[in-house]
Write a protein that binds this ligand. Structure first.
Ligand SMILES: [Fe+2]
Length: 205
C-alpha cells in the first residue's frame, strides 16, 4: 500500500516483515508436522485418511519455498519502482500460497473433519490433544494462545487441565514475547507507523 502510494520501503518494515515471515513458516511447518505425525496416524486407527491431505501439504511446502526466496530478496532500496518490484515478487507467489491454503482448508473441513466425526467421539480426542499440546514448541504454543481472548485461554486451560501456574509462568511470557516481537511489528507495518505499536519494545534491533 505504502509502496504503491509512492513511498519506498523502509529498512524497519523489511526486517519486521522478514522476521514475521520466518515465524509464519515455522508455524505452518510445525502445524503440518503435527497433522502428519499425530493427527493422521490417530485417524488411521479407524479410517483411511485421503492421500490428498498429505499431498496438499507437499504442494504448500513448495509454495512456501518460492515465497521464502522472494522474501529473502526483499530489501529497502529507497527507490519506489524497485521496491514495488521486489514487493510484487513476494506478493504474487503469496497470492498463490493463499489460494492453495484455502483449497487445503476446504479439504480438511469437507473431508478430514467429517471423517473424524464419523469415527471418533469428542472424548476420544482428549488424549490426542494432550499429546499434541505436549509436543508443541514454545513458539507454536505462544502463537496458539496469542490468538485467544483471555477468557477463551482460561477456559481452554481448564478443559485441558493446564495448571494456572503453567499458564502464568510459562505460557503467558511466551504470548507476550510473540506479541512484542512479531504481532505488533506486523501491525505497525499495516498501519505504516513504526511508533504505533512498538514504543519501547526494541523489536527492530
Ligand atoms: Fe493440513
Amino acid at each position: 500500500m505504502q509502496v504503491s502510494s509512492g513511498a519506498p520501503l523502509e529498512a524497519w518494515q523489511v526486517s519486521s516483515l522478514q522476521r514475521y515471515w520466518r515465524g509464519y513458516i515455522e508455524r505452518v511447518m510445525e502445524h503440518h508436522s503435527i497433522e502428519e505425525e499425530h493427527f493422521f496416524p490417530f485417524v488411521e486407527q479407524r479410517a483411511r485418511v485421503p492421500l490428498l491431505l498429505s499431498e496438499q501439504h507437499g504442494i504448500l511446502h513448495d509454495s512456501l519455498d518460492v515465497c521464502d526466496a522472494a522474501m529473502t530478496n526483499l530489501v529497502a532500496t529507497g527507490a519506489v519502482g524497485r521496491d514495488a518490484q521486489l514487493l510484487d515478487a513476494c506478493m504474487a507467489p503469496y497470492a498463490e500460497l493463499l489460494r492453495q491454503k484455502t483449497e487445503h482448508f476446504a479439504a480438511e473441513e469437507q473431508v478430514g473433519l467429517p471423517l473424524f466425526r464419523e469415527h471418533f467421539a469428542l472424548k476420544d480426542y482428549q488424549p490426542l490433544q494432550d499429546t499434541i499440546n505436549a509436543s508443541l514448541s514454545p513458539g507454536h504454543k505462544a502463537s496458539f494462545f496469542h490468538a485467544m481472548s483471555s477468557k477463551t485461554r482460561a477456559e481452554f486451560c481448564k478443559v485441558h487441565g493446564v495448571p494456572k501456574l503453567a499458564l502464568l509462568l510459562t505460557i503467558m511470557p511466551g504470548v507476550r514475547k510473540f506479541d512484542r516481537t512479531l504481532h505488533k511489528p506486523l501491525l505497525a507495518i499495516i498501519e505504516g507507523s513504526r511508533e504505533a505499536h512498538t514504543a519501547g519494545c526494541g523489536c527492530f534491533a
